[in-house]
Design a protein around this ligand. Structure first.
Ligand SMILES: [Zn+2]
Length: 201
């Protein structure tokens, strides 16, 4: 790559001063004095022209010891899928008790259902719906083991308010009904010799 590729041309300078969005993804600029790099569209105050360094990727700028701007997040472009899917998974982890569908997740994460489904599967190795189900069942196991909620309540608290469906799904995945699972776990705890006489059932 010739050095002129990374020089601050009039065109680039204009894009920086005018916060021209159409240059986002084309180049990045770093400021030598602050050691921060930005997208052309960044609304931060334009630096002095002589302090600017041009990069064509966030990796280059990072390698040259510049830090990404917190305002325009110039690294967001390079790992979009992982960040995106991590955000969706995080959303599921804190909203599994609510009504969740692929369409709801797609809407919340600003993607099409089709694209979300494919990308999620590629990165997480399960589909979004499988991930939701897995999260719900894990939470149900916890509640069955550590709470005195009824099976119906447990189902409701993990987003599976249709009790027969909850029981069927649970059994299909664990080999036990929620009730059997609870009994099994309480036996394990008792045999573990922590304390006896707790259960009065
Ligand atoms: Zn910026």
């Amino acid at each position: 790559m010739s050095t002129s590729d990374l020089s601050i041309t009039d065109d680039r300078w204009r894009a920086i001063v005018e916060n021209d969005k159409s240059y986002d993804g084309v180049f990045l600029y770093a400021v030598k004095t602050t050691r921060i790099f930005c997208r052309p569209s960044c609304k931060s105050r334009p630096p002095k022209r002589e302090n600017i360094r041009i990069f064509t990727s966030a990796e280059q700028a990072l390698a040259a010891q510049f830090r990404p701007c917190k305002r325009c997040k110039p690294t967001g472009q390079r790992l979009p899928d992982h960040d995106w899917i991590a955000g969706v998974a995080e959303y599921v982890s804190s909203n599994y008790m609510k009504d969740l569908t692929l369409h709801i997740l797609a809407e919340i994460s600003h993607g099409s259902p089709y694209h979300l489904h494919r990308t999620f599967k590629r990165i997480m190795h399960v589909t979004p719906m499988e991930y939701i189900q897995r999260t719900r069942l894990e939470q149900a196991k916890k509640l069955l083991t550590c709470s005195h909620q009824s099976v119906a309540e447990v189902g409701e608290n993990v987003g599976l308010s249709n009790t027969p469906y909850f029981i069927t799904l649970f059994k299909k995945n664990t080999g036990y009904t929620p009730f059997q699972y609870r009994q099994l776990k309480s036996k394990v705890t008792q045999n573990g010799g922590t304390q006896h006489g707790i259960s009065n059932e």
